[in-house]
Design a protein around this ligand. Structure first.
Ligand code: NAD
Ligand code: TDX
Length: 329
């Protein structure tokens, strides 16, 4: 199979753009489809300008997607596009149902019609729900809790249904919490950095005891690339780092990395329905494909802080939107 005709949805987003940059580094010029919502930003792709083709299109548009597929004839589709923030889904689930569920169905049908050879669906660890002890493997039941997670789970199940019913050539990937350069500062780590840069305090939900498994974005997209190349059609792969940390410990490590006082956080009202812990068993991708994470949490935070200090103006350009989201205005 040749890998030249790759279509990436959500390629102007945080993880999708890291994947596009990696493709270009590997000599591949992809087609990028992105609606450029509040979360999409072509600045993330400026270092690979001219090395990809771009369509500003909503994945929910059957006509728009149909004409792109007819023109570009992709062999492989890597589907990142989504509404991705849990807090926003609690405020309003509408765009989550639209983009994450309907948008995925539009892409599945276009891919069937145009005989796409591989459909890589970027799902999430959140589809399993929370786990106090132990780890989720790929056969654990789907039991999502937030509207975001429920919409991703619906899409994940739709992909599974197409695999089973139509022998559709899809692979599902479920990554754990990503962090790194270019992440929109609504998510914990870049939000914390933005607050510190603005002389404020980091808002920690509840008592900060919720645990997340932190995966540096470069490790994630390298894993996605390996699965795209060598993963087995019809299979699901967890993609987690095993670097688990309570939010309060993550924030204290981040404050240390930023070189500011350990008191620069405040406990705030907890997120509704807040999942206590996510934890993935990622032995399958390690054993079958030889993937393992390269970047430890402490290293990844250092890389993220260094990048953020150099790119403060980009982070600060999102401040107005973030203050609106978190009712600071
Ligand atoms: P992001 O919010 O940074 O980017 C999403 C991108 O999708 C944006 O560029 C946005 O403009 C685009 N988009 C949104 N709606 C669209 C639509 N209707 N049509 C076309 N484009 C649209 O998200 P991210 O953090 O990069 O996440 C990428 C994918 O990975 C998502 O599917 C998410 O569910 C999944 N995921 C993310 C994480 C994480 O920690 N960030 C972890 C596991 C899985
Ligand atoms: O201000 C905050 N304070 C805080 O304590 C924010 C924004 C978050 N938190 C907590 C909530 C979570 O326990 O930090 C943890 C991480 O929060 P987010 O960055 O919002 O990520 P999470 O809710 O864990 O979901 C993420 O991982 C899975 C991504 O946003 C999803 O897209 C992905 O699927």
């Amino acid at each position: 199979m040749k890998y030249n005709n790759i279509l990436v949805t959500g390629g102007a987003g945080f993880i999708g753009s890291a994947f596009v940059r990696l493709l270009v580094k590997n000599g591949i010029s992809p087609v990028v489809v992105d609606k450029l919502t509040y979360a999409g930003d072509l600045k993330r792709l400026r270092e690979v300008k001219g090395k990809f083709k771009f369509y500003k299109t909503d994945i929910c548009s059957k006509i728009g997607i149909g004409s792109i597929f007819a023109k570009e004839k992709p062999d492989i589709l890597v589907h990142f596009a989504a509404e991705s923030h849990v807090d926003r889904s609690i405020n309003d689930a509408t765009p989550f149902v639209e983009t994450n569920i309907k948008g995925t169905q539009v892409l599945l049908d276009a891919s069937r019609k145009h005989k796409v050879q591989k459909f890589i669906f970027i799902s999430t660890d959140e589809v399993y729900g929370e786990i106090a002890n132990g780890k989720f493997n790929e056969n654990s039941p789907i039991k999502p809790n937030s509207p975001y997670a429920a919409s991703k789970a619906a899409a994940d199940l739709l992909v599974q249904a197409y695999i089973r019913t139509n022998n559709f050539p899809a692979i599902i990937i479920r990554p754990s919490n990503n962090y790194g350069p270019w992440q929109y500062p609504e998510k914990l780590i870049p939000l914390a950095i933005l607050r510190i840069l603005g002389e404020g305090k980091v808002p920690v939900y509840g008592k900060g005891l919720n645990v997340r498994e932190w995966l540096y974005v470069d490790d994630c997209v390298r894993g996605i690339m390996m699965i795209m190349r060598k993963g087995k059609i019809g299979e699901t792969y967890n993609l987690g780092s095993s670097y688990e940390s309570k939010n309060i410990d993550t924030i204290k490590l981040l404050l240390k990395t930023l070189g500011v006082g350990q008191d620069r956080f405040e406990f705030v009202k907890d997120r509704l329905g807040h999942d206590i812990r996510y934890s993935l068993n990622s032995r399958k991708v390690a054993k079958k494909l030889g993937w393992k994470p390269n970047i430890k949490l402490s290293q990844g935070l250092k890389l993220t802080v260094d990048w953020s200090l150099k790119n403060q103006s980009w982070l600060k350009s999102k401040l107005k939107d973030i203050n609106k989201l978190y009712h600071k205005e």
